[in-house]
Design a protein around this ligand. Structure first.
Ligand SMILES: *[C@@H]1O[C@H](CO)[C@@H](O)[C@H](O)[C@H]1NC(C)=O
Ligand SMILES: *[C@@H]1O[C@H](CO)[C@@H](O)[C@H](O)[C@H]1NC(C)=O
Ligand SMILES: *[C@@H]1O[C@H](CO)[C@@H](O)[C@H](O)[C@H]1NC(C)=O
Ligand SMILES: *[C@@H]1O[C@H](CO)[C@@H](O)[C@H](O)[C@H]1NC(C)=O
Ligand SMILES: *[C@@H]1O[C@H](CO)[C@@H](O)[C@H](O)[C@H]1NC(C)=O
Ligand SMILES: *[C@@H]1O[C@H](CO)[C@@H](O)[C@H](O)[C@H]1NC(C)=O
Length: 421
């Protein structure tokens, strides 16, 4: 019997609570792969969105417009035999970072607009080449052109495929937007400057530190061609950790840095489907310097006995290289012995603010108080846990969001429950 048909009981409240928390915590807004799968004439475009990993980037954004082209138009593009990185650039020019439904497209203020695209957002688009010109034309037509293409509006609006205001609008346009800039050969990741890539998106301190340790840096760059995933601690986390880092021996420092690289290319879906132990660049022989990859709902966590970090951003994902920002510094058991941190944050009474040596290059003043007591390299001295918590407390806002959803869910469940009284 349906619980709601009975007089209101705890069961009704519980059911309502469950329903609402499920609705509220499952916030994956859209899935472009699934949207396009309903349209066989767009299947090649859909296939290449997945192949270039643009699909997951599209799914993680809102207020965007995807300009799809049909299979014939994709065949024209594929006949040029471009590299997958170049195809990615071209397709990313077809993802507008604004919401254009059919109505807005036909009623553009002043009849013309420039839309920034995902190609622009990569930071590699020269000049204005990352923008698309959208212009209302006579007879209700809408023209599209890559901005650096002599003002030629080479494609036109065909139809609306799906609109989820104002998260995502998927439209079909008549042809691929030609763009000399996007079609220019993209350097393979191994020729790119690892420090420069990593310094983007709040991952600068780790990158700068790594580049001053040539042995570790070379280990990373040498690994790229064979596949490399880098898990780069966010600036806040690495900055708070620097005093402890300085305290490690030279080989300990190199091990710690190399612990943040995995000699295999891993996309986000690969990490999600490959939970378990992962060898790192610091691993020698069978099983040391490992960490565990584990899904936590929609998130991916990296665990050692001493710390659990979360992946918070993708800096680059271009096979064979993937670089992610993580919320905490990964502490290898081999360098940071001692009891596992307690599951609930233990009270951290330690007031001892170490007079820390300044971070490399940027002699910034350290704001966070970090209790100072990391053991040097191989010593058996136990590291204490409260200080880890202090250094690792940052970037936990998503937990807050989940908690918030739970509270909202509970309130709504109560309201819902009362409706059945
Ligand atoms: C739009 O995106 C937000 C945030 O991801 C999500 O909560 C909401 O449900 C989405 N709206 C629709 C209509 O899918
Ligand atoms: C989107 O849908 C496709 C096909 O149903 C599925 O393989 C993929 O995992 C989905 N992506 C997400 C982020 O749920
Ligand atoms: C429309 O044109 C007017 C006059 O040229 C200009 O001031 C205004 O900024 C334009 N609006 C947009 C949205 O481009
Ligand atoms: C878009 O291109 C058309 C045609 O070349 C041009 O008239 C218009 O000014 C352009 N719009 C913008 C916003 O640059
Ligand atoms: C990477 O870029 C930095 C800063 O621009 C530069 O100092 C360094 O020499 C570059 N390294 C390589 C391998 O190009
Ligand atoms: C560094 O190690 C020494 C000796 O083990 C210790 O007294 C000191 O507090 C440590 N400093 C930091 C910042 O960890």
């Amino acid at each position: 019997m349906h619980p709601f048909l009975r007089p209101p009981t705890m069961a009704a409240f519980t059911a309502a609570l469950l329903i609402f928390t499920t609705i509220l915590t499952t916030t994956t807004a859209h899935n472009i792969t699934r949207i396009l799968a309903k349209h066989p004439e767009l299947s090649t475009f859909n296939h290449y969105l997945s192949l270039t990993h643009l699909a997951s980037q599209i799914d993680s954004r809102t207020t965007i417009t995807v300009c799809a082209v049909d299979n014939a138009a994709m065949e024209d593009l594929l006949s040029k035999h471009l590299s997958i990185n170049t195809i990615k650039n071209i397709l990313s020019l077809h993802v507008l970072l604004d919401y254009f439904g059919a109505k807005k497209l036909h009623q553009i203020t002043n009849g013309t607009a420039l839309a920034a695209t995902m190609y622009q957002a990569t930071g590699t688009a020269p000049g204005s080449s990352g923008f698309v010109n959208i212009t209302d034309l006579r007879g209700g037509k809408v023209g599209f052109g890559a901005e650096n293409n002599d003002g030629a509006l080479t494609a036109s609006y065909v139809k609306s495929v799906e609109e989820i205001p104002y998260n995502i609008s998927v439209i079909q346009i008549s042809s691929v937007l030609p763009s000399a800039a996007a079609e220019a050969p993209t350097p393979a990741p191994s020729q790119q400057n690892l420090t420069v890539i990593m310094s983007k998106h709040g991952c600068k301190i780790f990158a700068e530190t790594l580049s001053t340790f040539h042995e570790a840096f070379n280990t990373f760059t040498d690994a790229i061609d064979g596949g490399l995933s880098v898990f780069c601690p966010a600036d806040d986390a690495f900055k708070a950790f620097l005093p402890k880092f300085k305290n490690l021996t030279m080989s300990g420092k190199i091990d710690l840095l190399e612990f943040h690289g995995v000699p295999i290319y891993n996309s986000i879906p690969m990490l999600k489907s490959n939970n378990g132990l992962m060898h790192t660049l610091a691993t020698e022989g069978a099983s040391n310097y490992d960490f565990t990859v584990q899904n936590d709902g929609e998130e991916i966590t990296l665990k050692t006995k001493r710390v659990t970090a979360k992946i918070i951003d993708t800096i680059i994902d271009e096979q064979p290289l993937a670089i992610y920002t993580i919320s905490k510094v990964l502490l290898p058991q081999e360098l940071f012995k001692g009891e596992a941190p307690s599951p609930s944050p233990s009270p951290a009474p330690e007031p001892a603010a170490a007079d820390a040596p300044e971070p490399p290059k940027k002699g910034k003043k350290k704001k966070k108080k970090v209790a100072a007591d990391a053991p040097a390299d191989d010593s058996d001295a136990p590291a204490d846990s409260p200080d880890d918590d202090a250094a690792d407390d940052n970037a936990d806002d998503s937990d807050g969001a989940v908690r918030f959803n739970g509270i909202v869910g509970m309130v709504l469940a109560l309201v819902f429950g009362f409706l059945f009284l």
